[in-house]
Design a binder for this molecule. Structure first.
Ligand code: ZN
Length: 327
């Protein structure tokens, strides 16, 4: 795991402030969409609090190393909140009973609770009481991917740390640093393709680079273009239904289809011919206005994938919309 933390200067300022003044809050909430590095930042914050060196977090001292390897006896992870309503009141009671016990070897005891948006109402209420009377030397580091799901009473009692997506340039530089040991030419080409599609989300970009999912999505987009050219509604529906559970993949798939549609327009206008077979099929079987309408329609669906819209409904609307345009 890399502890390079890119962009997010405001969040990093918090670590610098702790270094300077050692002034600590009894609870921090690190929030932002998945893939922005909440877990990494929570660990960096825990290290900064526990670090024994002057320049915190040094990543080298005994305390830092224990946090890095998840073996620090005074840094506890509260797991189990992976899905909606899965963090129950019993977990909070356990923490309440545990946090009155003195730290083992440090001045502080830290509880890292990821995904607090998944607390039940009972758990929120119990946790609120703990936050109202914070035990001595106990620090909570909480994370949430959606702050709108948290009660205002909780938010008002914790120090918020928002994580933001990186700019395209920051993301590109960060990926080049992270993958500098790989086959440079190959990886640089992929990075250039991926950066415009990831909205500054480092976790997502790394995922696509690591498991080569991007190449698969590129192939998927070509397969789908072939089906669109053949105007086969049922196979299209079958194909895109597989994306029901993954908004982000669907977004990238649409983004790639748009690239092919624009290429097919170029074929129509300029007679350009050095394109993939599937793209010429699109140009051959669709009229110019159909391609224009498709581009406009897919752009709209693409925006919807970035909201919390019902994914099954979106897929159904997508296929129905396609059918209407291509006939
Ligand atoms: Zn250290």
């Amino acid at each position: 795991m890399s502890y390079n933390f890119y962009g997010n200067n405001m969040a990093k300022q918090l670590l610098l402030n702790i270094n300077k003044s050692n002034c600590l809050s009894h609870a921090y909430l690190i929030f932002g969409q998945d893939g922005l590095g909440k877990k990494t930042f929570a660990k960096l914050l825990a290290m900064t609090i526990m670090c024994e060196s002057d320049k915190k977090p040094c990543l080298e001292c005994k305390a830092c190393k224990k946090v890095i390897s998840d073996n620090h006896p005074d840094v506890k992870y509260v797991l189990g909140g992976e899905s909606k309503n899965s963090l129950h009141i019993e977990k909070i009671r356990e923490i309440k009973n545990d946090c009155i016990i003195k730290p083992n070897e440090s001045e502080y005891k830290i509880y890292i609770i990821p995904n607090i948006q998944n607390m039940t109402i009972g758990a929120f209420n119990a946790f609120l009481k703990t936050l109202e009377e914070p035990p001595n030397n106990v620090i909570f580091i909480l994370t949430a991917n959606n702050i709108d799901l948290l009660p205002q009473t909780i938010i008002s009692r914790i120090s918020p740390v928002q994580l933001f997506p990186l700019s395209p340039k920051e993301l590109e530089d960060a990926l080049k640093t992270e993958f500098e040991d790989s086959d440079i030419e190959l990886v640089y080409e992929k990075i250039e393709n991926i950066v415009p599609l990831c909205n500054g989300n480092m976790g997502l970009a790394k995922k696509y680079l690591l498991d080569d999912k991007f190449s698969k999505l590129q192939q998927d987009s070509l397969n789908l273009c072939r089906l669109i050219a053949q105007k086969k509604e049922y196979p299209i529906l079958k194909y895109v239904t597989e994306f029901e559970k993954n908004n982000q993949d669907f977004y990238i798939l649409l983004e790639q289809i748009l690239v092919h549609l624009r290429e097919s327009l170029l074929i129509k206008v300029t007679g350009k011919s050095d394109v993939k077979e599937e793209v010429s099929q699109l140009a051959f079987s669709l009229s110019k206005s159909q391609v224009f309408n498709l581009i406009e329609f897919i752009e709209k669906v693409k925006i919807k994938t970035q909201t919390n819209a019902n994914q099954s409904l979106m897929i159904a609307t997508f296929v129905a919309g396609l059918k209407e345009i291509i006939g």
